[in-house]
Design a protein around this ligand. Sequence first.
Ligand code: SAM
Ligand code: DTB
Ligand code: SF4
Length: 332
Amino acid sequence: MSVSIESLPAAAAFTEALRHDWTQSEIEAVYQQPFNDLLWQAQQVHRRYFDANQVQISTLLSIKTGACPEDCKYCPQSVHYNTGLEREQLMDRQVVVDAARAAKQAGASRFCMGAAWRQPTDRNIDKVIELVQAVRDEGMETCLTLGMLTEKQAHKLKTAGLDYYNHNLDSSPEYYKKVISTRSYQERLDTLKNVRDAGMKTCSGGIIGMGEQRDDRLGLLQQLANLPEHPQSVPINMLVQVKGTPLHGTEELDPLEFVRTIATARIMMPKSMVRLSAGRSSMSDEMQSLCFLAGANSIFYGDKLLTTENPEADADRMLFNRLGIKTMEKPQ
Ligand code: SAM
Ligand code: DTB
Ligand code: SF4
């Protein structure tokens, strides 16, 4: 059974001001406290705004795959690395509609389409708008991630009815430079501004386990929470190590550092949906349960992320049953 997020009693009443002025030392104090205290604090914050037993689920589809000109060291879709990935042109409308229908049937409320572009051309935008409209007609919320957007492109997407735009900051400004050389952190921030100013909901988070230090994880969270508006959705990805990418072979991070990152994101951005994103295929059920306990309340659902694997939908359903978790419906 699913419940609408809008009907949650706790969500409406609480009026604590959201903060956008976090200092690094304040974040550190939250992040490094004893694990049980951190999870307790995260749970209390989580329960002010959300039903702690509800998770929102979105399904991803790569609508244009591979041959991306950017050099993100984690990404299997970059043209700079040989990962054996087959490149694919922009998908036909009917293929996308069929996938959206199947995702809705399986219980997803949002459909997220990703393209391996540095930035879409205006012609790309027109084609993608047709896809957004087709998915909306199926009764799902829509999300796109296409790379950098101009102000005009963001407005066009908003007018077409797009609900969310995903654009991750990925790491701290300092560590970002070590991972990507073909674009700047400021360009990321500029696109997020264009999306916000156009009136769309933002989805922005990062990747953990890229060899960054704890300070970089704190720096990422500081950037996200100190944006003029907290992203409505904050995806926290565990690096999926893909053979052929420079980050393949990175030393595995202590999984509890990942849980701490989720809990700290929950505390700093109390009204945002915190998404336990990539990397679930290599997590135990117990690790995922800890992430939900730390305040994660959304996931990607379906056996594929963009190009890499995700747990089977059946496995997720079983885990939700064991935990008594219900899925959220699309807001009306
Ligand atoms: N090209 C667009 C961009 O970079 O914004 C959209 C697609 S890109 C694949 C979307 C996000 O996927 C990236 O920002 C990154 O956070 C995430 N991602 C890519 N490869 C990943 C990996 N190997 N492990 C975890 N997350 C990854
Ligand atoms: C996000 O933060 N993670 C998703 C979604 N937003 C677009 C993408 C994860 C990609 C993992 C690697 C792959 O499957 O290609
Ligand atoms: Fe391209 Fe996005 Fe992959 Fe970077 S993360 S290489 S921009 S598809």
